[in-house]
Design a binder for this molecule. Structure first.
Ligand code: ZN
Length: 391
């Protein structure tokens, strides 16, 4: 019997609890609680957090084990699974979730929540519009891809839920019903985390592309997070609600149906949320420990989001890089970048700071759970993915 995840926290329904884990001085600190051994339904008996430290490998507990998932960088995830069958009522195997991943950034309890996937066709020219062909072939070959035959890119979309003392924050809303049935799964995945849409207090929209704003309202214009205030940069609002959006996009090398999708979706969703919307400057303090950073170029008001707590730092990069190759080759822009050179300036600035501060990075389009670090390498940066697949 497969059961979903284990890394969790006090709100989790799962019988074992293990929270995240920060790596300090090369050691991983695990904080976990033990399940009660009585039959199902009795819940979890909380114990005071126990902290174990280990450089690597597994730690055996009396009723479970902690599996180390990654030790690169400052943050690691853990899964905890049963070795005593009686405690888990027949659980034999635990499959790590590919839709939810919880971790802490200081006092913030964060969860990467999958919105599903979207398949992009002919991805190389979309992602790396100005890449020299020969260099692109070499770089893709290093990732096991052949430029000639790379016809489809199944890209995960991942939003970030942040439980803060001042409220529950969601960063981006996923695609909703705009981009097909493989995406738009944010709300069911939030619900399986015990979080109803009405529980969200604040939604930060990093920009008004359909994969980020599509889930803000349904096709009829009803708000999908009914109690939330939304924030968006003022320049993003001005662009998409004026004629400038359509004029600008028509002058780009984009298919007509893409232009139509982008402009209609932005207008429809912005119209739906306008009474719940606060427009902000690029640099804005959202609540204690959460602020936005302007990264214009991908769209005029594109934002990154920085979280600071307890000496830890997470940077939500949104679409400043949507593929690890954008870090390795920071001069390669995307076909949908509205002002490519601004986008590249913003990207370089963002990753220079992220590498210097050793920030944990969260990327909406990066492999689930979207977490990792960048380190300087050559003319760019190397992406060091935090894995949650175990071993
Ligand atoms: Zn995007």
């Amino acid at each position: 019997m497969l059961r979903s995840p284990v890394y969790s926290h006090s709100l989790s329904p799962h019988p074992f609890q293990a929270a995240l884990v920060s790596m300090r001085s090369g050691q991983i600190c695990y904080h976990f609680s033990r399940p009660c051994s009585s039959p199902a339904g009795s819940g979890v008996r909380q114990q005071s957090p126990i902290v174990r430290r280990s450089r690597s490998g597994y730690i055996d507990l009396s009723a479970g084990r902690v599996q180390r998932l990654s030790c690169s960088g400052k943050t690691a995830g853990v899964g905890l699974y049963a070795t005593d069958r009686d405690d888990l009522n027949g659980m034999e195997e635990v499959k790590l979730s590919d839709t939810l991943f919880s971790f802490r950034v200081g006092s913030f309890l964060c969860t990467a929540v999958s919105d599903g996937t979207h398949t992009y066709h002919e991805p190389a020219r979309l992602l790396f519009a100005n890449a020299p062909e020969q260099r692109l072939e070499e770089v893709l070959a290093d990732s096991g891809l052949q430029l000639e035959t790379w016809r489809e890119w199944v890209n995960p979309y991942t939003c970030l839920l942040v439980r803060a003392a001042d409220g529950v924050v969601l960063i981006d809303t996923g695609a909703g019903d705009v981009l097909g049935p493989d995406a738009g799964r944010l709300i069911p995945n939030l619900e399986s985390e015990g979080m109803a849409p009405a529980d969200i207090d604040l939604v930060i929209l990093t920009h008004a592309h359909p994969d980020h704003i599509g889930g803000a309202a349904d096709g009829g214009g009803a708000l999908l997070f009914p109690n939330a205030r939304f924030v968006l940069s003022a320049s993003e609002w001005e662009f998409w609600t004026s004629d400038r959006a359509e004029t600008t996009l028509r002058n780009m090398d984009l298919d007509d149906d893409i232009v139509s999708l982008l402009t209609h979706c932005a207008r429809d969703k912005l119209t739906a949320i306008r009474r719940s919307l606060d427009l902000i400057d690029g640099y804005s303090y959202i609540m204690p420990g959460i602020r936005t950073i302007p990264v214009p170029g991908h769209t005029p008001g594109h934002l990154a989001v920085a979280l600071y707590s307890g000496g830890e730092h997470l940077l939500y990069i949104s679409d400043a890089a949507v593929h690890p190759v954008h870090m390795q080759e920071p001069e390669w822009y995307m076909g949908v970048d509205i002002s490519p050179h601004k986008a590249l300036d913003a990207r370089r600035h963002l990753f220079r700071e992220a590498a210097r501060e050793e920030a944990l990075i969260f990327g909406f389009h990066l492999p689930f759970p979207g977490l990792g670090h960048v380190v300087p390498a050559g003319d760019g940066w190397e992406w060091q993915q935090l894995s949650c697949t175990g071993d």
